[in-house]
Design a protein around this ligand. Sequence first.
Ligand SMILES: Cc1ncc(COP(=O)(O)O)c(C=O)c1O
Length: 398
Amino acid sequence: MSHARVAADPLAFCGEELARLEAAGLRRRVRALQSAAEPEVILDGRRVLCLASNNYLGLAAHPEVVDAAAEAARRYGAGAGSARLVTGGLTLHDELEARLAAFKGTEDAVLFSSGYLANFGTVAALAGPGDAVFSDELNHASIIDGCRLSRAEVFVYRHADAGHLAERLAAWRQGAGAAARALVVTDTVFSMDGDVAPLPDIVAACERHGAVLMVDEAHATGVVGPGGRGAVAGYGLEGRVGVVMGTLSKALGAAGGFITGSADLCAWLRNRARSFIFDTALPPPTAAAALAALAVVEREPERPVRARRLAGRLAAGLRTAGYAVPDPAAAVLPVVIGSPEAALGLSARLLDAGVLVTAIRPPSVPEGTSRLRATVMATHTDAEIDRAITAFAATRDG
Ligand SMILES: Cc1ncc(COP(=O)(O)O)c(C=O)c1O
């Protein structure tokens, strides 16, 4: 019996592929962050101004949030120890779900241990083989991965184009019949562009064609809408969006993801979402931190307002410095450059000047749109934003 020759090192492709990524300017490396995600951070041993964190409200190191986490760790331990369906959920989890539901004005909420897992498990719990999912072309990877897990037929519509969505829904409904199930899913604030989906038109298309609407408020929660309640509340669409996802990891300064909606939707997810059922519950210190952060958001509605004002200040300054940037709707400002090398070059020059703004390259963004993704925190000072603008102006043409 003869055996085919096998490679000496079956993992050799990793090194070969990495060399290809390096040559294309697409290799990624993790730098050493040696401090909390504050407006200034210690990165690779150097203090730099940080315009790269999603800690939009500056709550990750807020004393009340940190104290709540420390107290919960002493009382309940560092880890939850199991999935909630196995040993039971802590009252902290129940309390956080109730507070999130109240914050979003819904009957109930379900916690997941990350935003990624909330999207991944929820899309697949709401759509299956034979169903259809309609997804914005710039949706987050966790939604795309949820679509794959669902094994439903996926229709991608043009970015933020409710007309294209309506056309695709109409054509599908005509072929599939009245009983077929459809899920439409979109980010509200898009993570790499900072723009907002045209929710009123998307809601109208869903209502016309009998589709469930799921929105991802990861970058909207705590930042946009009244009191930071998100884009659904901002548009006055509460009660007309069946499934609202959010994260605890960004403006709320902790970690975890959640879905808010009806009691039946949440009970269904506790029964069917694989990333809820088969995943250890949110660590107690994290749940307590998110609860404390939510209390700060509710008490200090000026924080989201300040974050958005600082994003506007940054945009105006960058435009004066010669950069083409959009009007920010939230705390994310894209500075589109083009090639990965050019984006990396600008990011490196800014870092030399003491400002951290990360270069975002494919596959996180489409080919030819590599960019710097600048983010602000409510805890940045005006002077810090101006310092960043000065650095951008000085490093513009390399
Ligand atoms: C739009 C969007 N959805 C979901 C996620 C995943 O959230 P988390 O980082 O909490 O897992 C992210 C974060 O990276 C995101 O940008």
